[in-house]
Design a protein around this ligand. Structure first.
Ligand code: AMP
Ligand code: MG
Length: 315
């Protein structure tokens, strides 16, 4: 299959409306979308990515008014979050509408919805004029794509169209909040911090990110975000062993940078999160064998960054 590239959101939306798969940028990472009401097209998302069928998709909407097409109701906590954080990198888990094809939610009785903030994503969703389920546009297990080139690398020839935008802003995925529990539960830490959710809602639970605990968010069960290189977590840069095919990424610089094949020093947690998946992919292109990645203080965006680092390091 030839993969069309375009910078036109209208052209990309034409592909989607014909039942095709379209990758598009958002403020978090690139997504791979289909028309929510064409179950065959949605099934092809799972095939193209090699995504386990038990991992539900987040439905992307242009505006809040479309929620009624995919969700049965909006609990009060969800409305509060919508008023505060939406559009933005926050996914709300709501009771599913009966009309939404079950392939979208992997047979769950709930649905994840998100309204992206990126103008190009909004133009695309506006032109689609239908809810768009979209997981990250990478082969399952690989680092999420933060550029259209990364999408093409993973899915070129397997999808119909790539809407070309710039590098994505956040670089980590949306925060997933289950609004069907009381209090609400963070199922996946992400670009919206738990602290800011607590400022808005008061009490918020955080689901265990322990891979052995029975996770309520099916996707967090699978190995994720991993480059081909082995990822080793370090607290201190001195833990990085010398080697030509060794790389280091972190906030603090190692003493002997010339003893490593590549060294990436990040200015702060924001740029670290923004750059991480890109660095993973560059390391793979350069056949790096081990990436030493420094963990950060687990507050704010640091919680999401550590989560991605831990999952990338899991074997
Ligand atoms: P991805 O789009 O690849 O970043 O993954 C979407 C994430 O949202 C995964 O961790 C999914 O398991 C989670 N998710 C989507 N829909 C639901 C749902 N209805 N209930 C719980 N988690 C969900
Ligand atoms: Mg993903």
């Amino acid at each position: 299959m030839a993969t069309t590239r375009t910078t036109s959101p209208t052209e990309a939306a034409h592909h989607l409306r014909r039942g095709n798969l379209v990758a598009f940028p958002t403020e978090t990472v690139y997504g791979l979308g289909a028309d929510a009401f064409r179950p065959d097209a949605v099934r092809r998302i799972f095939e193209a990515k090699g995504r386990p069928a038990d991992n539900p998709l987040i439905v992307h909407l242009r505006r809040q008014e479309q929620i009624g097409q995919v969700a049965a109701r909006i609990p009060p906590v969800a409305q509060h979050l919508l008023d505060t954080f939406v559009p933005g990198p926050l996914t709300l888990i709501l009771p599913k509408h009966d009309n939404l094809p079950s392939v979208v939610t992997a047979d769950l009785e709930t649905v994840g919805i998100r309204v992206p903030r990126l103008p190009l994503a909004q133009s695309f969703l506006e032109a689609c004029d239908t809810p768009v389920p979209a997981p990250s546009a990478n082969r399952s297990g690989r680092p999420s794509p933060t550029s259209w080139e990364a999408v093409e690398h993973d899915l070129g020839g397997r999808i119909d169209c790539i809407l070309q935008g710039g590098r994505t802003d956040a670089g980590v995925e949306s925060t997933v909040v289950d609004c069907t529990t009381d209090p609400a539960t963070v199922l996946r830490p992400g670009a919206v911090s738990v602290e800011s959710l607590r400022r808005t809602l008061g009490e918020v639970q955080v689901a265990s990110s322990d891979a052995d605990a029975a996770p309520r968010s099916p996707g967090t069960r699978h190995r994720h975000y991993a480059p081909s290189a082995q990822v080793q977590l370090v607290e201190d840069p001195s833990e990085a062993a010398s080697g030509d095919r060794h790389a280091y990424v972190g906030l603090d610089a190692p003493a002997h940078t010339d003893a490593l094949g590549a060294v990436y020093i990040e200015e702060d947690v924001r740029t670290y999160a923004h750059d991480l998946f890109h660095i993973f992919r560059v390391c793979d292109e350069n056949e790096v064998e081990v990436i030493y990645a420094q963990t950060v203080s687990p507050t704010g965006l640091g919680r999401a960054l550590n989560d991605r680092l831990r999952r990338a390091a899991a074997r």
